[in-house]
Every structure is written in C-alpha cells, then in structure tokens.
Design a protein around this ligand. Structure first.
Ligand code: ZN
Length: 252
C-alpha cells in the first residue's frame, strides 16, 4: 500500500471500530494508527471521533521525535505535550493523541503496519475485574487463538500517556522474548485493548474476536468457568497449517 492507500485504509478501519453498534468507543475514545515509513507514522488526533474520522483528524508524525520520549527521564506533562506538537510533520495539523507514544513504538515491531486501540465494553468488563490477567494469558476457544494469538500481553493499570507507553514497551518486549512472536493483542487493565497487525483486517479481527471471547468468558465465569484450553491445545491450534491458511485467506 502507498501512503494515500494507507490513510484511506486507516479512515475505513477507524469508522469500523467506531461504529456505535460495536460498542468499542464513544466520543473521543480510542485511536488508530498506521506506519508510513521507518521514520513516519499517521495517528488519530486527540479528541477526534473514530466513527466520523476524516483526513484532517489524522496527524502525520516524525516517529523518532515521539520515540525519544520513552527514554527521557523526568518529563512534565507540558513537555510531553510540546513534544507531541513538535512531532507533527505539518505544523497546522491537529495535536496527536497522548496515546501516540505507544502507537509510535508498536509500529516499529516486525509485521505491525496498523494499530487499533479501543475501550470495548465487553472486554473492559473483564479488564475491570479480578479475572483480567486470566483473560489475557489463557485461551478458551480455537478461533480466539487464531485471531488474538496464543496469549495476549497483559499490562497492569498505568497512568495513560508516557507511563503507560513505557510499560507497554517493556511488557511487549518480554512477551516477544518469551513467545518469539509479535503479539496480536495487548490488554490494558482498567482501560482497554490494543490490536496490532499487518493489515486493517488483522486489527479488526483481533478486536472483534477479543470482544466475543470476553462475552463468552463472562458468561462461562457466571456458571463456574471458564474451562480454559490447555497450553498443548493452544500450541496445537497456533501451529496448525490449515489455521495459517485461514489466516492468509482472511488477510489477518
Ligand atoms: Zn485508551
């Protein structure tokens, strides 16, 4: 995809994730991004609505300027805001979301071209409960493994913005070291989910399957469950050639 195609795909993905009937985001909640090159990415501007996103609600940013925040100690909120403004390629563009910091970092990972972050009601039901970690680290049915990966990255509650972005970086790095794969889903305790992938379809699939899994998890928990898949069952699904074929067909 060239840059105009990527921006068009980002707008389409945003409208899909923001559609009211999906109950993933309302008002200015959630944000989406795409990698444009090694040096640049596009992200939803602060406070804009996913469902009605237009090209002027997307801000093109210099990745390095935002990534530098992750390694700078002791920054005030004002200094972070100033860096976000300074990272815009066009000084007339809107302010990038404070969550741009984790978008910038996730878009440096192998195989990640699109990122979608939402505050899905069904998923947050679990992430605001004592079962949050179980939901992230265990799996309950095969299609959850196919679309969300064998495990999700679990991130305990951190202050949105730089503190959260640093924790996402550290926990995702540990996940990749342990599992030797890029995660498809990152779950933020008391906050929401982040889906990542090579295509908008992959982001949409991981998001939709996470919301379905959350509903099933809540229902199963109400009657004494859930009964989790074993590690061997999860690894078997994750490694099956027919499932890999299905992933390619679905462009996820
Ligand atoms: Zn959020």
């Amino acid at each position: 995809m060239d840059q105009p195609e990527k921006l068009a795909a980002l707008i389409k993905l945003s409208h899909t994730l923001g559609a009211p009937e999906r109950r993933l985001a309302i008002l200015g909640e959630g944000n989406t991004s795409t990698r444009l090159s090694n040096d640049q990415f596009a992200v939803k501007a602060s406070g804009c609505n996913l469902a009605t996103l237009t090209e002027s609600d997307i801000t093109l940013c210099d990745s390095a300027k935002i990534l530098k925040l992750l390694d700078t100690k002791k920054l005030t909120d004002t200094a972070i805001d100033q860096t976000l403004f300074d990272a815009r390629l066009n000084p007339k563009a809107k302010k990038p979301s404070v969550e741009s910091i984790f978008h910038a970092w996730l878009l440096t990972l192998e195989g990640v071209e699109f990122v979608g972050h939402t505050h899905a009601i069904t998923v947050n039901q679990i992430l605001c409960s004592p079962r949050a970690r179980d939901f992230a680290e265990r799996r309950i049915f095969p299609d959850e493994v196919v679309c969300c990966g064998p495990e999700s990255v679990f991130v305990p509650y951190f202050d949105p913005g730089l503190a959260l972005a640093r924790e996402i970086r550290d926990r995702t790095t540990a996940f990749i070291k342990k599992n030797k794969i890029t995660p498809r889903l990152i779950l933020l305790q008391n906050h929401g989910l982040i889906a990542l992938g090579q295509t908008p379809n992959a982001v949409q699939a991981a998001t939709e399957m996470a919301t379905k899994a959350a509903e099933i998890f809540a229902g199963a928990a109400a009657i004494g469950g859930p009964n989790f898949l074993t590690d061997a069952q999860v690894q078997r699904i994750a490694g099956r050639a027919d499932e890999a074929h299905r992933q390619r067909e679905l462009k996820i």
